[in-house]
Design a protein around this ligand. Structure first.
Ligand SMILES: [Zn+2]
Length: 207
């Protein structure tokens, strides 16, 4: 009988064996289970780097976010920015800083994929910087998921960086951002939408 070796390897490091009932190895689990946000940005020496912060380091994450270019526009990655080729310039004015915020499973392979994707879009100057976040309300309980602002959630990030525009395709993320009650334009992207033309339509220059 053939055994799929790949499936038994850790999704995070690709080296260790998956621990029982986990998607990663024990080492990665111990190192990563307190992760709250991962920030991907271009350092002064032009290198694109990733900083991972745990729940105990939230204030340091906030310090780094303060040092980065302000986030005028926040885009979701899956179903929004990833519908557009990384080489395409976004139809926003150069003076606005566009950042990406993506929810991914802490221990998932998607986390690695999203990190690479964000890096390549920083490299092509499509976006300024990006973050991965790992907390989301339980979508089986809409009252919870539509008002989810816990540390490490998308609404928490949006509240922290205070953009003028926020684009997302997930109902719970859109509703949670709206529940912040901020002066913030939240645009829900639907499956068949032409994302680029929605970007153009909902321009930040309105006042
Ligand atoms: Zn591992």
């Amino acid at each position: 009988m053939l055994i799929n070796i790949y499936k038994m390897k850790c999704d995070l490091c690709g080296k260790g064996d998956k621990a029982k009932n986990l998607r990663c190895c024990t080492k990665c689990y111990n190192e990563r289970h307190n992760d709250i946000i991962e920030i991907i940005y271009r350092r002064e020496d032009e290198k694109i780097v990733t900083h991972i912060f745990s729940i105990d380091d939230v204030k340091y994450a906030q310090m780094l976010l303060n040092e980065l270019e302000g986030a005028n526009i926040v885009l979701d990655l899956h179903g929004v920015l990833d519908t557009i080729d990384p080489s395409i310039k976004l139809p926003f004015d150069k003076k606005y800083s566009v950042v990406v915020c993506s929810f991914v499973g802490k221990f998932s392979n998607l986390r690695m994929v999203a990190r690479k994707e964000i890096s390549s879009r920083i490299k092509s100057d499509q976006i300024s910087w990006g973050v991965l976040i790992f907390k989301r309300g339980n979508r089986k309980i809409p009252e919870e998921s539509n008002n989810f602002k816990e540390v490490g959630s998308k609404a928490w990030f949006v509240n922290l960086v205070g953009p003028a525009l926020f684009f997302d395709d997930s109902e719970d993320h859109v509703n949670s951002a709206l529940s912040l009650g901020k002066k913030l334009k939240v645009i829900k992207i639907n499956k068949c939408d032409n994302v680029i033309s929605l970007f153009t339509k909902h321009n930040i220059v309105e006042n």
